[in-house]
Design a protein around this ligand. Structure first.
Ligand code: 13P
Ligand code: 13P
Ligand code: MG
Ligand code: MG
Length: 363
């Protein structure tokens, strides 16, 4: 067996510039400097989507490795120090703990990691989203790996025709279940159609059990028990040779779907595909953004990125997202633009209800 490479994507919001719109260049420089000096990594790429710093790293230490997680944690701490010095907005927002406990999971940052033996050619896409939550990936991942109207390979590629296995997590009850598709597609959709609770964690190739896709499923708000920002998620997808083609993996984002997490983490809006440079939420702190960076791995080296959604082919999707955003905004504080009561990050309901308690009469 050849050597295994681990691709780790670890992200955090350590402070926004300006407000929740972007990351300060000094924070990105600080992160890059720290990763450059680490002997643990084969390669790395530091980037951002909106106000979230994303560390894309390759190494041979496997998933959930304490040293790699410590490196990411220390990097975010140093970036937080810069954010505090510059008085950036919400400095240290995503770092829930005071000291590192061996694994960044449960401490605030979002994590997606996969370990695999590099194929003869290894194209991967790292997706990163801002102003939304982990369940935002359910719709596109379903389309990539289970919808033949999106992925023609499911019909005409003999190595894909058998379908894929989907590991789905229940983020409330902390349980997981695996569905085999296409046979169990209808059962799976009962769950993943409710993305605030059920998330596709990973997708595996049938037969080989090779990892094909994996996402971050951390939900900060559930961990902290108070408003600490949304859990802007990341997703890794391997492409080609029995897996979706790069274009099949990008295709779902041509039709901006509605996601939760816009403005104060309490609104629904379209997920707009953009380049890294255009990933700066503005209107009503949005609309929510998604970036897709392609890399060719070569002995763990990250050749790229290819900033896919910079392409003109996504102009219409952006226009459509703007039109949907406009329509959704016209509803102001009404559902379904405003999220359902139990999904809102912010609410005044308890205090207003308490104040008006005596004015409510029995009917
Ligand atoms: P596992 O529990 O499958 O290792 O998941 C890793 C993870 O949560 C990274 O987001
Ligand atoms: P972030 O989760 O990206 O920090 O956004 C917070 C927010 O509520 C913006 O309106
Ligand atoms: Mg923020
Ligand atoms: Mg964010």
């Amino acid at each position: 067996m050849g050597k295994k490479i681990t691709l780790s994507v670890i992200k955090a919001d350590i402070g926004g510039f300006v407000g929740h719109s972007n990351v300060h260049p000094e924070c990105l420089e600080t992160a890059g400097g720290i990763l450059a000096g680490s002997p643990l990594l084969i390669d790395y790429h530091v980037t951002h989507v909106g106000d979230d710093i994303n560390l894309i790293m390759t190494h041979e230490l496997g998933k959930n490795n304490g040293e790699i997680h410590q490196l990411a944690w220390n990097t975010f701490l140093s970036c937080t120090a810069v954010a505090k010095k510059l008085k950036l907005y919400g400095a240290g927002q995503d770092l829930l703990a005071d000291s590192f406990s061996g694994n960044v999971k449960g401490m605030g940052p979002g994590v997606a990691e996969m370990e695999f033996e590099e194929r003869a050619s290894e194209p991967v896409i790292v997706y990163m989203a801002d102003k939304t939550e982990p369940g935002a990936w359910n719709f596109p991942v379903y389309k990539m790996f289970a919808d033949p109207f999106n992925t023609i390979g499911l019909i005409i590629d003999p190595s894909m025709h058998q379908g894929f296995l989907f590991e789905v997590r229940d983020l409330i009850d902390h349980k997981k279940v695996t569905f085999s598709c296409p046979e169990e597609m209808y059962d799976m959709l009962v769950f993943i159609g409710a993305p605030g609770r059920y998330c596709i964690k990973s997708v595996y190739q049938k037969g080989t059990n090779e990892i094909a896709a994996t996402s971050s499923t951390q939900r900060l708000n559930l961990m902290a028990g108070r408003y600490v920002g949304k859990d802007d998620p990341v997703l890794i997808v391997r492409c080609q040779s029995g897996l979706p083609a790069v274009g099949e993996a990008l295709e779902p984002f041509a039709n901006p779907h509605l996601v939760s997490g816009w403005m104060r983490g309490s609104h629904s809006g379209p997920l707009m595909p953009v380049s890294v440079d255009a990933s700066t939420p503005t209107r009503f702190d949005g609309p929510p953004r998604v970036v897709a960076l392609g890399f060719q791995l070569n002995d763990g080296k990250l050749h790229g990125p290819q900033d896919f959604f910079a392409d003109v082919a996504y102009d219409l999707a952006r226009q459509k997202a703007n039109e949907i955003a406009n329509y959704m905004r016209s509803m102001g504080p009404f559902e379904p633009h405003r999220l359902h009561l139990d999904e809102m990050e912010y609410t005044t309901m308890p205090s207003v209800s308490k104040r008006l308690k005596d004015r409510f009469e029995k009917v």
